[in-house]
Design a protein around this ligand. Structure first.
Ligand code: 4NP
Length: 166
């Protein structure tokens, strides 16, 4: 898109748990940094099962518990044409990354990145960089996913600010 807004889309599988968390957290950080007119944030899923639905109630609840509002979310499915609309596509796990790189135009594959690769608190010896899918697990998985998202979005914001300048 030919304007000076930097556009980020977070992508998981269903777009009802992890990527809505990332969207809401990142938008909050962008607002706190006073950059809402420079950085736009969205989310989607690689799958279509939940299109049009609200975020999972467990997602909305864990977000609310940490001061974020996830109530406006409606799930969407990522489409390959969206590479025209977004500067950066951020995958929540390695399976999402592989699927998105498969969909990406050849010259845009490097614009698909794993969210946790931006986590400044992770050492080089970390195992994988997935935000594990909490959908089929217990409530603790949602809290852990949100903590991972919060840490990584701090680093992502710094990275994007370095790219676009203050
Ligand atoms: P998400 O979680 O990818 O974090 O939104 C999931 C939600 C639904 C399904 C899988 C993952 N599902 O298979 O319906």
């Amino acid at each position: 898109m030919n304007d000076d807004v930097f556009r980020i889309v977070f992508v998981c599988l269903g777009n009802i748990c992890r990527s809505p968390m990332a969207e809401v957290v990142m938008r909050s950080f962008v607002e706190q940094a006073g950059l809402s007119d420079r950085i736009a944030v969205a989310s989607a899923g690689t799958g279509d099962w939940h299109v049009g639905e609200r975020a999972d109630p467990r997602t909305v609840e864990i977000l609310a518990g940490r001061g974020y509002d996830g109530s406006a979310h409606r799930a969407r499915q990522f489409e390959a044409s969206w590479f025209d609309d977004y500067d950066l596509v951020v995958a929540l796990d390695a399976a999402n990354l592989a699927e998105l790189r498969r969909l990406a135009p050849y010259d845009r594959r490097d614009d698909v990145r794993l969210l946790r690769a931006y986590d400044p608190t992770l050492g080089a010896d970390v195992g994988d960089l997935d935000v594990p899918d909490p959908y089929y697990g217990g409530p603790e998985g949602f809290g852990e996913a949100l903590s991972m998202v919060e840490r990584a979005c701090r680093g992502l914001l710094d990275d994007v600010v370095a790219r676009i300048g203050r």
